[in-house]
Ligand binder design. Structure first.
Ligand code: KG4
Ligand code: ZN
Length: 334
């Protein structure tokens, strides 16, 4: 069978990204144009600003991805795009560009779920084997997903309030770290101590998560200390928050690993870049003899290579979209 080359577009949040991926795992080019600098001064992503940046950049990023792969549209078999979930205006820019390319070059249009993309970021380095468990931890998602086959997603647990990355960003703001706060907390945590006695929100017997209470616990704790005139170190706040998050994520993940017959554990999404989480999961998986996969740092945060990887299997299933494809800000994965 000949090679399948997919041009993939991802614009669900604040990265304008285009990649060309061959056969679901060979990355021929991977261009990410980040808008983080533009959103920093607002302390978070401003949807209208994100859409405008995508419009300004998308054509250039597509051209660059083709150029880096030394290809023209004639070499491409299909155009893939993130359908959702994400910011609606941002998604629509990528979808409109993908439709225009697919229509003008007569290529099939392949819709991809953003979270499927995060999961398939792992497939780029090493192939997925089933059944697997994926811990999806990003700015918008916290999910435990069981997969028995390609594109077969069963969500067994999810957050009931804030996503873990969102909690990272909010806690970071309380200690004056710029957006996105996750990497700052991660760095500060290595310099501090877990001495704030924060709760571990395990909830009930479910695999669900809750991070909003933990975020409020940090805010209340700092407020109390301030009122009493007791000083605290940012590093200790970061270490305490991160220790609680990692305890909860690992506890729930290992509970699920024991309950399901699992071949591989995957961690993905922006928070998978967290060094503390990577270290703890690596140690625990070694001790338990579980195969662990975590994408390289640049494939943890939003990118289009992951969309191109997942798109290969959508393409194999011939699940194509027509020109009525619309962005979906909320979109279930199954
Ligand atoms: O996957 P992603 O790029 O976008 C979404 O789909 O949401 O994830 C972004 C999130 C942000 O909340 C950011 O603070 C967090 O990932 N993040 C981290 C780290 N690097 C990025 N959180 C904790 N530790 C990190 N090293
Ligand atoms: Zn994402």
């Amino acid at each position: 069978m000949s090679d399948t080359k997919i041009l993939a577009i991802e614009t669900s949040c604040d990265e304008t990204a285009v990649s060309i991926v061959q056969n679901g795992y060979q990355v021929l080019s991977n261009v990410v144009n980040s808008q983080i600098e533009s959103h920093k001064r607002f302390g978070g992503v401003v949807p209208e600003v994100a859409s405008r940046h995508h419009v300004e950049n998308i054509t250039m990023v597509i051209d660059e991805a083709l150029q880096q792969a030394q290809m023209s549209m004639d070499d491409i078999d299909a155009v893939a795009v993130t359908e959702g979930p994400g910011l609606i205006g941002a998604l629509l820019v990528g979808i409109s560009a993908a439709k225009a390319l697919a229509l003008s070059h007569n290529k099939p249009l392949v819709p991809v779920h953003h979270i499927a993309g995060h999961v398939y970021a792992n497939h780029i380095e090493k192939r997925l084997t089933f059944p697997l468990l994926a811990l999806v931890v990003s700015g918008g998602h916290t999910e435990l997903v069981v997969m028995k086959d390609h594109l077969d997603f069963e969500i067994i647990g999810q957050t009931r309030d804030d996503a873990v990355g969102e909690a990272y960003d909010k806690v970071a703001r309380t200690i004056d770290c710029p957006y996105p706060g996750g990497p700052h907390i991660d760095r500060l945590a290595t310099l501090g101590e877990d001495n704030l006695e924060l709760p571990r929100p395990y909830l009930d017997d479910s695999y669900d998560f809750s991070f909003s209470g933990l975020k409020s616990a940090v805010i209340n704790k700092l407020h109390n200390l301030n009122q009493k005139g007791i000083s605290y170190k940012k590093e200790d706040v970061a270490a305490s928050f991160q220790a609680s998050v990692i305890d909860v994520l690992t506890e729930k993940t290992f509970k699920a690993l024991k309950a399901y017959d699992i071949n591989q554990l995957l961690i993905c999404g922006g928070v998978a870049a967290n060094r503390g989480l990577r270290e703890r999961m690596t140690t625990m998986c070694e001790a338990e003899g579980i195969e662990l996969m975590i994408p390289k740092m640049n494939l943890c945060t939003d990118n289009a290579a992951m969309i191109g990887a997942a798109a290969y299997y959508v393409y194999q299933n011939q699940h194509f979209a027509d020109m009525s494809l619309n962005g979906k800000s909320n979109m279930s994965i199954h």
